[in-house]
Each structure stands twice: as C-alpha cells, then as structure tokens.
Design a protein around this ligand. Structure first.
Ligand code: ASN
Length: 588
C-alpha cells in the first residue's frame, strides 16, 4: 500500500488545483490541533499513603518538562469549551517538535473535575467523554483520551457506538506504569496517540497501546501489568509503529458514509443488560434467575468454543433461554474463546450451534433456517465480537428510540462500527495484489472530478482502492476538495457517500467547505454542511470578506453577518432540488 495517508500533509502528485489555492500552494500547514481529555487512570497517578491515586496537573507536571512533548516555543492559548453551557475557557497549550511527517502537534490537556481509577467509570463517564468531544469537535483536528486500562476496552467500545458519524480521529490510551515513574510505558503510548490523532485521518474510536493502534471496539485487556496490555483477537491492528514511522493499514479504516453530521448518543442502557459465563455444571435455574432479574432486557451469554452450552436435563436450559426470548429479552451468543473461528460457507459457526441448541433448525436448509429462525426468535449470533463490544453495542441499541427486540437482534449481527466481521463483506483487491500507480490514479481522478465525469469517478473508486478518497495532490487537495468546486454536485455526493473526509485541510490550510463557500457554490456548501463539515478555527474569513463577498453562501457555511438557520437551509435545499440557481455566484 502507499503506507501513509497524507492527512494534513501533502502528497507529491500533480493535478488540477482550485484557483484559490494556487497562490498559497507553497504555504504548508505546520500545526495540527489535538485536545487531550484526561479522565484518570494509572498514567496520571502518584503514590499516596493509601496507594496510587490519580493526580491533577498532568500537562505541567508530566508533559511540559519532556522535550518530546514540548518544543520550548512560546506557549499559546487554545480555546476549550469546558461545560455544557458552552463556556469557552482559554487553556495554555504546548507543541511537539517536528514529527517525521513534517508537522508539529499543538495540544492542550483538559482534565475532568473528578479523575478516576477506570474500574469506577460507568456509562455516565462515557457520556462525559462523548460530550467533551462534541463540544470541542469544531475546535480540534483530533482527540486523545487518557484513561485507566482496567475498563479501557469497554470505554472504547461504548464510545465507538456513541460517537455517530465520527469524522475525526479519537484515540484512547493509558499506561501500565505512571508517567512519573522512571521506566514507564506512558511516554510512548501518549506520544504515539498524539502522532496518530494529529496526522492521520482515521475517523474511528481507536486504542493505541504498546506501538499498536487497534479499532477500539475489537480490543480486550490481556495483561494485568505487561506493557503489551491490549489485543484485538479477531481484527488486525489499524496501524503499527516501528522505529520512526507509524504504518497505517488504510484498507481497514472505516469511514462514515451516511452524509450526516457528527452527533452523539449518550444514554446507553447499561442498567438492563447482564453478562453470564457458562461453565460445566451450570444449572438452568441459575440462568433462569439471571434472565428474570427485574427489568432485564438483554443478556450476553459467554458460551464454550464455537457457541455451545449444556442443554440440561430434558432440554431445560433450552426452554429457559427460549422462554426469555419470547418475553422479549435479547440474548447474544459470544464465545469464551478469544479467537472466533472464521465463518464457513457464509454462515458463522456460532449461529448454527445456537440454532441447534435452541432446537430451531428445521428440515429446511440450515443456511436459511439459521438466519430466519434466529431473527424470528430474537436470538443473536455474536459472531466474532468481544464481550466488551457486544455488551456496549447492546446497551446502545436498547437505548435507541423505537428499537424493538427484533430490530436489535438484527442489528447485533450486522457491523455498525466495524465491531464484527461480516461473512458477506465483499473484498476489493487489485487482481495482481498490488496497488495501481498512485500518481496516475490520482491524476485521472482529479481530471474526472474537474470535468464533472461522475461515471469515471465511480469507476475509479470502485476498481481502485478507497485510500484514494483521502489521498492528496501536491497542494494537499483531496478528491473532496476538488469535488467541492466540481461542476457536478453528484460527484461530491458520491465521494462523500463513499467515506471521503470533510475535515482534511490542504496545504493552504483550507477545508473543502471553505473552497465551496468561497466559490459561491451554495449547493456544494449545503451538502458539505449536511455531511458534518465546518470551517476550521484557523480559516474564518475576515469580516470584510464576509460582508461583500457572497455573504449568503458564507451564511450557509456557518459564518457571517447572518448565519443561515437549519430551517432556511432546508428550504434552500428544496429550491436547489428543483432548480439550480446559485445566488452570489456572480463575481463580486
Ligand atoms: N487501575 C488502573 C485503572 O484502570 C489501571 C491502569 O490504568 N493501568 O485506572
């Protein structure tokens, strides 16, 4: 693969550049902005008579004195939205020295009021993290969350569902030894996370630990004190740091494709779910007692091997499970084995086993009976999800308005954030296993976008690799930048629906939204805004420019003398849908 994605840094190919940037092409963005959210954990702990406890002042005590976290330049302040009332506070910031990718990361640490050992964190803590990210979403390029390791895999999984249509990197990390200990893993974990959040457009909730970047909802804690504390048993790492480089496996990266802006869902129903591990000799009465807990709505059942459980005398266990399912409880089958066997013939082994267990297979083909009987009965094959992933996903789905046991059962077997391996996923591979010439492909993509050739753009995206979507030309323009001023709005729509990022900036520091608004393209501006785009805090147009240069379109971009309300945007969308008048597009 091409290895690195030039998120925020430039590629090296030549192709058409929007006029606005031509003059600025030689300017290079040097800083990205990362918000570090400190929740507690060993990473910030100090000894006390009662043992290690979380300590405040992480930025000054642990980061400011370390040259890899502080280039010594004069400190600047950064805006942080600190509370739900939207109060903005100025925070002192620090900056890393230049990284191997020619970029410096400016960051500030925002500490929660109460710092926790992560064994005490719960859904309220997850909501606080999600809210902090939401409030500061437009102010930063990426987020690092510092957290204890004990429940880190649960928090990663929960956040991956709570952060909907996430368009920026969110990297969670912690450490086994405190940062202030001489020999620690905190320094490497923190630096690696900062580099990922400040350089790579991986719009997922990730966990960085011991030189590896994992998809957060695939992880589990595998060691109590070893520095290699986490693993993702059924999913290869998204990136690995070796010597001076972090190599990203771009084919694996998930991107939002629903053309909706970032939003959060904070009320997970963790109080009506439970987790039960089957063991030899477990009594059906015991399982029944759990399933009859007051208000229980969902159960994660950790079964043997490929999904087996003792059937009990006279099928007593089966009856207990079947009757709970009839009462509307969602039961999810997760294996106790870390490595889940791969699906065979498109049917996950676990589904078949639980189907047998519940006596639900008929004489029809098991291929059909499995899926249909399971969803009809509300039984869910957890496929290769971790317990952490399954439990938090269930709590998330249970809290969604209008969800039913049937709809939840269906969604539990389908990947919504890459938390499970779907057997039917098509695998795109170049026939000879190599990537096509990056340069040629980018150039033809740029040309097709510039002339509005939707079919060509679709063909290139389909046959080539999706890394292309966020790759950049020599001016740092991604296909979305070019599509932001393309004569064909459909191209922009298509590329967004494929997962192109609206947040990458070109070398002049411009987002696609800026280019669209500056060109007076109201439809493009509106579509980008709908897809979660916002102007970067560094590229607010001057009041003078706003006042005389296409003020209406700048309003749509979310700035200006008169910002356009959601209602006006929707009305305007209808106008755009019927005729393509673009006010303000005449040169001013
Ligand atoms: N007990 C600590 C915590 O989870 C463990 C750690 O961070 N290494 O907060």
């Amino acid at each position: 693969s091409t290895g690195l994605n030039p998120h925020l840094s430039a590629g090296n190919t030549k192709m058409a550049t929007p006029a606005l940037d031509a003059a600025k092409a030689e300017e290079t963005i040097q800083e990205s902005r990362v918000l570090i959210i400190m929740t507690g954990g060993t990473i910030c702990m100090q000894p006390s008579p009662a043992g290690f406890i979380p300590a405040r002042g992480f930025q000054e005590k642990c980061m400011a004195r370390v040259p890899t976290f502080n280039d010594g330049s004069a400190s600047a302040t950064m805006d942080v939205v600190a509370n739900a009332a939207g109060e903005i506070k100025e925070h002192p910031s620090l900056r890393t020295p230049m990284t191997a990718y020619g970029r410096q990361v400016r960051y500030t640490v925002f500490e929660f009021e109460e710092l926790l050992d992560s064994s005490s964190i719960d859904a309220r803590g997850w909501a606080q993290i999600a809210e902090a990210i939401e409030r500061n979403y437009t102010l930063f390029d990426g987020f690092v969350v510092l957290h204890g390791t004990d429940s880190l895999a649960y928090t990663c999984s929960a956040l991956s569902f709570m952060l909907q249509n996430l368009g920026k990197p969110v990297v969670l990390t912690g450490s086994q030894a405190p940062m202030l200990e001489l020999q620690n893993d905190a320094t490497d974990n923190l630096l690696g996370s900062l580099v990922v959040a400040g350089h790579f457009m991986i719009p997922e909730v990730c966990l960085y630990f011991n030189n590896r970047l994992f998809r957060g909802n695939r992880t589990t804690k595998v060691a109590a004190s070893d520095f290699a504390a986490f693993d993702a048993p059924n999913c290869a790492p998204l990136a690995i740091t070796t010597s001076m480089r972090t190599n990203v496996n771009w084919d694996m990266v998930h991107r939002p494709t629903s053309l909706e802006p970032f939003s959060i869902q904070t009320n997970l129903d963790t109080t009506h779910v439970a987790c039960l591990r089957i063991f030899p000799g477990i009594k059906p009465e015991m399982v029944d007692a759990v399933l009859k807990l007051d208000g229980l709505r969902g159960l994660i059942l950790e079964t043997f091997g490929a999904g087996n459980a003792p059937s009990g005398q006279d099928n007593a266990m089966i009856n207990v499970l079947a009757s709970a399912i009839q009462r509307g409880i969602v039961i999810v089958n997760i294996t106790q084995c870390e490595l889940c066997p791969p699906p065979r013939f498109g049917i996950p082994i676990k589904s078949i086993r639980l189907t047998y267990l519940l006596g639900l297979t008929g004489s029809v083909s098991p291929v059909y009976a499995t899926g249909m009987s399971l969803s009809r009965a509300g039984v869910v094959a957890g496929l290769d999800m971790t317990t952490e992933g399954a439990l938090t996903k269930l709590a998330y789905l249970l809290a969604l308005p209008e969800s039913t046991p049937e709809s939840i059962a269906k969604r539990m077997s389908v990947s919504i954030r890459g938390e499970l391996t779907e057997s039917s996923l098509p695998i795109f591979r170049h026939p000879d296993g190599t990537l096509p010439e990056r340069i040629q492909t980018l150039t033809s993509m740029g040309y097709a976008i510039a002339v509005g050739d939707l079919e060509k753009v679709q063909a290139i995206t389909k046959t080539e690799h999706h890394w292309l979507l966020n790759d950049a030309d020599y001016s740092g323009n991604t296909p979305i930048h070019l599509a932001a001023t393309s004569p064909s709005i459909e191209i922009l729509h298509f590329l967004l629906s494929q997962g192109g990022s609206v947040h990458l900036r070109n070398r002049a520091g411009r987002t696609p939204l800026f280019l669209a608004a500056n060109a007076g393209l109201s439809e493009h501006t509106l579509l980008l805004r709908k897809s979660g785009a916002h102007l970067h805090s560094d590229e607010r147009p001057s009041a003078e420019l706003l006042a005389r240069h296409r003020p209406f379109v700048w309003g749509m971009a979310g700035v200006g003398p008169k910002e356009i309300s959601q209602r006006e945007m929707e009305e305007w969308e209808q106008v755009c849908g019927t005729n393509r008048i673009i006010p303000g597009s005449a040169p001013s």
